[in-house]
Ligand binder design. Structure first.
Ligand code: NAP
Ligand code: GDD
Length: 364
């Protein structure tokens, strides 16, 4: 039986194939939304995070090819789907990569937002569309902590300066044209589907593989930077809450607690009953498994950034008071979920390898 689509609110999510896009799509579909997502044109299918939604919500979940560098496509999609809410999550989201690819990062993360807001300004004459911008705690950079909505911005990377351009563009389009556009200034949030190149997932994946004997050592950069880490599930609920407010505004979402990268490493190894002892200093620092004496973590200078954001810790009071938002999932629960999920993946990879070895043996 088909759905009567006209009675459901319509959301458009850019960056739907990423971590937040997948969690947000599921959250909105569960609430009864029709969800449209922007998918980058690519020869490689990269729908792993949303494959299940494509099947479960067939008929209410739609994907459109397009790129944030191509404004005409964005314009055409908006004309076609007539969204009530737009969640703009698409970005080159890796801070270290932005140092190697600054111009591309500025084009996607900065001008991409302008392209989308221009399409809204032109098409949505009645100003019905509500717009969410994925701003970031990276905007604060080296500013004193804890950081809140009124803290000064001191961005430290091409990623952050491009996002700062978007932050101000959102504010200007809100004031100049009356568009309901909000900035969510989100501190780090993670999950089992976090990209493998971000530090938390890199750690939990390595821990899982080390526990299965598939990897010997985890190489990391700066062990002493501090981050305010939450679970992505909590943060996408906050995005939605922002767009349900009568007036658009800017909000920090954070846990209010901060931990060093090395704390995350220790907690993740503890999940597989490995207790670590740190030895040495700087680039020579290593973590040793106290039970076996084996080195399981070491430092690689290539993994440091030209400029580091040393400490992020957010004050989410405004979101708590105005949106009724808070986090449900603790850091320990998050790490447990990530390590367990990565152990499952490592086990299934081991099984697959066993199967293909058996096939090769029986064929050969
Ligand atoms: P993510 O997993 O890296 O996802 C990024 C998404 O953007 C992917 O769907 C990616 O598509 C898409 N994308 C990249 N370049 C694009 C382009 N040129 N055109 C169209 N789509 C493009 O990031 P995330 O962790 O979900 O974060 C979502 C947003 O929140 C990002 O804007 C990020 O900067 C921001 N943010 C994240 C955090 C955090 O801790 N996670 C905190 C604050 C702000 P492919 O899958 O095809 O690559
Ligand atoms: N990625 C990575 N890889 N980071 C490492 C490594 C490593 O091997 N070793 C140490 N780190 C340190 C980084 O130097 C940084 O201080 C910290 O771990 C976190 O790095 P990432 O996980 O890459 O995240 P991020 O904080 O730079 O950026 C993320 O959070 C931002 C919000 O504050 C991204 O999701 C951004 O898109 C987001 O805006």
């Amino acid at each position: 039986m088909g759905w009567n689509l006209s009675k459901f609110p319509v959301a458009f999510i850019t960056g739907i194939t990423g971590q937040d896009g997948a969690y947000l799509a599921e959250f909105l579909l569960d609430k009864g939304y029709i969800v449209h997502g922007l998918r980058q044109p690519s020869t490689l299918p990269d729908l792993i995070n949303i494959e299940d939604l494509c099947i479960r919500y067939n008929g209410k979940f739609f994907l459109h090819y397009g790129d944030m560098t191509d404004g005409s496509v964005l314009h055409r999609i908006l004309l076609h789907i007539k969204p009530d809410e737009i969640y703009h999550l698409a970005a080159q989201s890796h801070v270290k990569i932005s140092f190697d690819s600054p111009e591309y990062t500025a084009n996607v993360n900065g001008l991409g937002t302008l392209r989308l807001l221009e399409a809204i300004r032109t098409i949505d004459k009645d100003r019905k569309i509500r717009f969410y911008q994925a701003s970031t705690s990276e905007l604060f950079g080296s500013t004193p902590f804890p950081q809140c909505e009124t803290s000064p911005f001191e961005p430290c990377s091409p990623y952050a300066t491009a996002k700062l351009y978007s932050y101000w563009t959102v504010k200007n389009y809100r004031k100049s044209y009356g568009i309901h556009a909000s900035n969510g200034i989100l501190f780090n949030h993670e999950s089992p589907i976090r990209g493998e190149e971000f530090v938390t997932r890199k750690i939990t994946k390595a821990v899982a593989r080390i526990s299965m004997g598939q990897q010997n050592i985890l190489m990391l950069g700066n062990l002493d930077s501090k981050r305010d880490w939450g679970h992505a599930k909590d943060y996408v609920r906050g995005m939605w809450l922002m767009l349900q407010q009568e007036k658009a505004d800017d909000y920090v979402l954070a846990t209010g607690k901060t931990y060093k990268v090395r704390d995350f490493v220790e907690k993740a190894f503890a999940k597989i009953d490995i207790k670590l002892k740190w030895q040495g200093k700087g680039l020579n620092e290593k973590a040793i498994d106290t039970a076996t004496g084996r080195v399981v973590v070491a430092v690689d200078k290539e993994l440091f950034r030209p400029q580091e954001v040393h400490c992020l810790i957010g004050n989410p009071e405004k979101a708590k008071n105005m949106l009724g938002w808070s986090t449900d999932i603790s850091l320990d629960e998050l790490i447990e979920e990530m390590v367990e999920a990565d152990i499952k993946i490592a086990k299934s990879e081991a099984n697959n390898n066993l199967i293909s070895e058996n096939v090769i043996c029986s064929n050969g």
